[in-house]
Write a protein that binds this ligand. Structure first.
Ligand code: F6P
Length: 554
């Protein structure tokens, strides 16, 4: 039974104990915690295979972790985890399981959901994907004029775009030659126009990825791509469907668009959009890096699933990372999170995690609809280092509101430019050190005096050049950004988000908050394109609609 708990989590003894513990911890500086414990790094860093999670620069003490683990028990976290992994319908508002982990199960496992083992279906679809990848790459599948495909335009949005787009970029060193891949998500015509301008229609494969196959942005872009192909294929226009693949959890709908069943890959309603890169939605990844490497990605995700399911609480990376986040948000009052990958390949990680985290945990009621009296998901943002350093790190170092940061650092590089990688690593390590240690006014002043400044100048500048430090950060080390470790990393974040959702008592798998704006856009579109304004709007919206109606069209 999934009954509501008697007490909201913020009224439990575990929460209260953490709140009073926090007032003591707030007085202490991370520098002092390190000075008092020579083994702090060893004791607060945790491993899963070759991935290392260093929480030693979080403002945690042994007592903090002990109390946070009590809180996890209070939230019944192990049971919710087991329910998720067993395929129970924990997405209560949509009466669905949240079973993205099943997409990563090896073929010899089984998992029965609604009386049916889902693993054979997962592997059947992976096999269909492998056959398609092979047919496209070998030139067995061609376009309507008989040309082999050289370009892919992958159309989708949200979870049907962000994961594949991030992964194709992250795994660029593993790309097989011969196919360039363009992603189109925005309904702004610039997106599809720019993509088609770079492709030769006769050699272009269009992938339309949408769980529902009804999303306005995706269907508008897909229709424009179809028009473009028909127009450009001339005498072969009737064969436009040979240029399309549809991916959906609703296998009937792509047929309505004109894509025949043998060109449709499916997944299931128990895969949330933002957890779907492991499913057929990952086709652009598989086309880019080949199916064996896509399977390595799945294996990395599965290794993290096994760890999450079986590692003891005190060594469980997603659990501990999630708890550290809870500590920051709810007890230290830090409600943002900077995602700082020191790898250019992870340039889309922050965008991906914005959806994964904010769509999952940006909730104001619990699973049973009761309003929450505490903060939930943090505001996530980020950029790859070192670009972020020269943009927003100023605020991270000296702004009055501390912003916890995740440093994601692959130790090895795929590029034989050692000097670059050494500089990159040095910067990652230095930034985390600076955030933690800071620099006192006295130090700043002494440095300036040593550099020849006058005492008056040094005293005047010292407050500007001092850093308080004590800013929490997590470092994640990977041996390199290969498909396996990339899979581990993404699954680590997925489970970290789930852990936090469980503690907050929310349903991390629905997203009702995206509906209202979509609903209101319908009547406004009618008004923008029709003769008059027929719906009631607030005064600002009505005035802006009137202005937009008067615009000159291109
Ligand atoms: O509007 C939000 C959302 O429903 C996301 O959750 C989802 O990933 C995205 O839209 C795209 O949906 P679909 O895959 O059905 O096109």
């Amino acid at each position: 039974m999934m009954e509501p708990p008697a007490l909201p989590i913020d009224q439990t003894a575990a929460w209260r104990a953490l709140a009073s513990h926090a007032s003591a911890v707030r007085q202490r500086h991370l520098r002092d915690l390190f000075a008092a414990d020579a083994r702090r790094f060893e004791r607060f860093s945790f491993r899963c295979g070759e991935l290392l999670l260093d929480l030693s620069r979080q403002r945690l003490e042994d007592e903090t972790l002990r109390l946070l683990l009590d809180l996890a028990g209070e939230a019944d976290l192990p049971r919710w985890r087991d329910r998720m992994l067993a395929g129970e319908k924990i997405n209560l508002t949509e009466n669905r399981a949240a079973l993205h982990t099943a997409l990563r199960l090896p073929e010899n496992r089984s998992l029965v959901v609604d009386g049916e083992d889902v693993v054979p279906a997962v592997h059947r679809e992976l096999h269909r994907m492998a056959v398609m990848v092979d047919a496209i790459r070998s030139g067995n599948w061609t376009g309507a004029t008989g040309e082999r495909f050289r370009h892919v335009i992958a159309i989708g949005i949200g979870g049907s775009d962000l994961g594949p787009r991030m992964a194709v970029e992250a795994l660029a060193p593993y790309r097989e030659p011969g196919l360039d891949i363009h992603f189109v998500s925005n309904v702004d015509g610039a997106d599809i126009a720019r993509a088609t301008a770079q492709c030769d229609a006769a050699a272009t494969l269009v992938i339309v990825a949408s769980k529902t196959f009804t999303t306005q942005e995706t269907m508008t872009n897909a229709a424009t791509a179809r028009d473009w192909l028909r127009g450009a294929l001339g005498g072969a226009a009737a064969g436009w469907a040979r240029h399309f693949i549809g991916i959906s959890a609703n296998p009937q709908v792509p047929g309505g668009f004109g894509i025949p069943p043998e060109r449709v890959l499916v997944f299931w309603d128990w895969v949330g959009g933002r957890y779907s890169l492991w499913s057929a939605i990952g086709l652009p990844i598989a086309l880019g890096i080949g199916m064996p490497r896509f399977r390595d990605l799945l294996a990395g995700g599965h290794a993290m699933d096994e760890h999450f399911a079986t590692a003891p609480a005190a060594e469980n990376l997603p659990l501990l990372m999630g708890l550290a986040g809870i500590w920051n948000v709810n007890f230290l009052g830090h409600d943002t999170l900077a995602v700082l990958p020191y790898d250019q390949g992870l340039s889309r990680l922050a965008a991906y995690l914005q959806q994964a985290d904010m769509e999952s945990n940006g909730k104001g009621v619990d699973r049973w609809g009761r309003p929450l009296g505490y903060a939930t998901g943090p505001v996530v943002f980020g950029e790859p280092g070192t670009n972020g350093q020269h943009a927003f790190y100023q605020l991270l170092h000296q702004g009055p509101r501390p912003v916890p940061a995740d440093f994601i650092v692959p130790l090895g590089s795929h590029y034989k430019l050692d000097r670059h990688h050494d500089i990159l690593l040095a910067n990652a390590l230095a930034q985390a050190e600076a955030l933690m240690c800071g620099r006192s006014r006295e130090q700043a002043e002494a440095e300036m005096l040593a550099a020849g400044k006058s005492p008056a100048e040094a005293a005047a500048l010292a407050p500007h050049r001092a850093f308080g430090g004590n800013r929490p950060s997590t470092t994640i080390l990977l041996p390199r950004l290969d498909p396996f470790h990339f899979g581990m990393l993404i699954a680590l974040y997925e489970h970290r988000i789930f852990v936090q959702g469980c503690i907050w008592g929310i349903n991390s798998f629905d997203q009702w908050g995206v509906e209202l704006g979509k609903q209101l856009a319908g009547p406004i579109l009618e008004e923008l394109t029709g003769a008059d304004i027929r719906h009631h709007h607030d005064a600002a919206t009505a005035a802006l609609i009137a202005l937009a109606k008067g615009r000159s069209r291109s």
